[in-house]
Design a protein. Structure first.
Length: 146
């Protein structure tokens, strides 16, 4: 039985983002996580993985006129496709393994995004608290200088 194996290398995904002006609204950690999604030629890249990468890029880019499909197309174009002969059982087992790994990875990303959101809320709360304290301190200082 023949199987198709598609991989994407991190350097090529990074170059694509730079060439297209993508991912200008994300921070370094988010960008690194997105690049890690391609597995740097180790993971078999499925359609779901391409859609996940494209969605993340779209979320962190200013190019509002682009569709998800167009991001997917450009990402799929940099994928390298290999064909190899294998036993059908081996293929199913390996595919299941990569699907599980991908789901685990996406779950980790969701957890990290939730954690980032929580930290962002906490930072906003602390900023407001700091502003309140500065206002109070200013009032105290104004009262003592009169």
């Amino acid at each position: 039985m023949m199987r198709e194996k598609r991989v994407i290398y991190t350097d090529q995904l990074r170059s694509l983002c730079i060439a297209k002006g993508w991912y200008t609204c994300g921070n370094c950690a988010e960008y690194s996580r997105m690049l890690d999604m391609c597995g740097d030629g180790v993971y078999i890249i499925t359609t779901d993985a391409i859609v996940a990468i494209a969605s993340d890029i779209m979320k962190h880019s200013k190019d509002e006129g682009r569709t998800l499909e167009s991001y997917c197309f450009d990402i799929a174009e940099i994928a390298h496709t290999f064909f190899e002969e294998c036993e059908s059982d081996t293929y199913s087992t390996e595919l299941d393994f990569y699907k599980r790994k991908f789901k685990e990875y996406m779950s980790d990303i969701d957890k990290q995004e939730n954690e980032i959101e929580s930290l962002s809320i906490e930072i906003d709360r602390l900023k407001r608290e700091n502003e309140d304290l500065q206002t109070q301190l200013s009032g105290v200082l104004m009262g003592t200088t009169r």
